[in-house]
Design a protein around this ligand. Structure first.
Ligand SMILES: Cc1cc2nc3c(=O)[nH]c(=O)nc-3n(C[C@H](O)[C@H](O)[C@H](O)COP(=O)(O)OP(=O)(O)OC[C@H]3O[C@@H](n4cnc5c(N)ncnc54)[C@H](O)[C@@H]3O)c2cc1C
Length: 391
């Protein structure tokens, strides 16, 4: 068999039982994933975890969900969940995986063959790193109001506008952009999905410093940026359909109980050092949080089983994101309270025999109710589509 796109998959992973596959994946991550990269207090930059991902790429483990013919692992839905859960269990930081998780599935589904041949191999080899250019200063939840424009001139689109909250744009070589290509159409119908090389003249990336002093997001300014018409994906004015198709798997991923479970571990470490573990009031509050996390695990298991059977998730999956993120926020706030005087110290603080970054879970938890569709929007979905309440 010839592989046009990347590393050949020598193994049919789906022939293994789920238990065998889990054991294999767990062993790989437990043994080889560098300790210093586990449970990082912030989103890591590409330079920090590049070596690890190049190792995964060389092994052919970089694209678990892609079909084998494109160089992916071709995992079945249940194996895919295992491949998400095991790395998470050992605190694997998310890498700039936008190319793997977002661009490639779009190109595989909507792209032209020439686009797949051009863009998939460097994503698999971790040579080209992508960022997501959707949100704008006045178009977040209401994304269809976006104002970045693209007009066709000869063989190129000329793009003008501004994107914001673009995660790790300063590490990206490429960005996929939603831009308005028909100002007169209904707002969802006049949008196109374009691929842009970040080195193109007119692209300016300005990092945004967050409250913790990290620069994870950027503003991206597009000033007369030329991108070849061949970089239009899915057809002119069809960008909204393409963009919507990306939302599916994200919803269950954000609802995983791993972050709250990690929060509980930190909470118990802090409580131990503060001598709180025997305090009956503390124990009562801890037990409530533990029950909420256990309940989340049950709900996650319910939705994971649906995904594992290869069935589509209904709108009720919104409850998972709300439950996971808000439970994590409550745990993060209790960590600060339990740490007492140290609760407002930035960075790792010595606490008894441990050194603990008290604020790290808080900084992770705060934005989780915003990204991936804010929790208010998820509540609207539940109200309208599950409970049939008037809009
Ligand atoms: C960690 C993180 C990473 C991100 N990475 C990216 C990225 O890489 N690329 C990208 O394009 N974007 C990214 N974003 C942006 C993200 O998609 C937006 O923040 C999100 O869509 C919300 O938009 P907004 O910030 O403009 O808030 P707004 O939409 O202005 O919302 C403000 C508040 O109003 C509420 N609200 C809005 N509409 C309604 C409504 N109809 N009913 C009830 N309440 C409502 C919201 O819930 C929120 O509380 C990221 C955001 C975060 C936090």
């Amino acid at each position: 068999m010839t592989y046009t796109y990347g590393v050949p998959q020598e193994q049919d992973w789906n022939k293994l039982s789920d238990v065998e596959f889990r054991t294999l994946v767990a062993a790989e991550f437990e043994t080889h994933h560098p300790m210093q990269l586990r449970f990082p207090p912030r989103r890591l930059r590409w330079a920090e975890n590049k070596a690890w991902y190049l190792r995964m790429a060389a092994k052919g483990w970089i694209a678990p969900s892609w079909p084998c013919e494109f160089g992916g692992m071709g995992l079945s839905p249940s194996k895919m969940l295992i491949f998400l859960e095991e790395p998470e269990r050992c605190g694997l930081a998310r890498f700039p995986d936008t190319g793997i998780l977002m661009v490639a599935p779009v190109l595989i589904r909507y792209g032209a063959e020439a686009q797949r041949r051009r863009y998939l191999p460097p994503i698999l080899a971790c040579e080209e790193i992508w960022c997501q250019g959707y949100s704008e200063p006045n178009a977040g939840s209401d994304l269809a109001s976006l104002r970045t424009e693209a007009r066709l001139e000869g063989d190129d689109f000329i793009i003008d506008g501004q994107k914001t909250w673009t995660t790790l744009a300063h590490d990206a070589t490429h960005m996929f952009v939603l831009a308005r290509t028909d100002k007169h159409a209904k707002k969802q119908e006049g949008i196109s999905f374009l691929l842009v090389d970040m080195d193109t003249p007119g692209v300016t990336v300005r990092p945004i410093r967050d409250i913790a002093g990290h620069e994870e997001f950027c503003e991206v300014f597009l000033d007369q940026v030329r991108t070849p018409a061949a970089n239009l994906v899915g057809g002119l004015n069809r960008g909204w359909t393409v963009a919507k198709s990306l939302l599916g798997f994200e919803r269950i991923h954000i609802g995983s109980p791993k972050l709250p479970e990690y929060g509980l571990q930190v909470l118990q470490s802090v409580a131990r050092q503060q001598g709180m573990l025997q305090d009956p009031v503390f124990r009562d509050r801890l037990a409530r949080l533990q029950l909420d996390v256990a309940h989340l695990g049950d709900i996650y298991g319910h939705f994971a089983a649906i995904v594992g059977r290869g069935e589509p998730l209904g709108p009720e999956v919104s409850v998972l994101k709300i439950w996971a993120t808000e439970t994590f926020q409550r745990i993060a706030e209790m960590i600060i309270e339990t740490a007492g005087d140290c609760g407002s110290h930035a960075g790792s603080v010595p606490l008894g025999q441990d050194s603990i970054d008290i604020l790290a879970p808080f900084y992770k938890a705060r934005p989780s109710t915003i990204y991936g569709g804010s929790n208010e929007i998820q509540r609207n979905i539940l109200a309208r589509q599950v409970l049939n309440l008037p809009g």
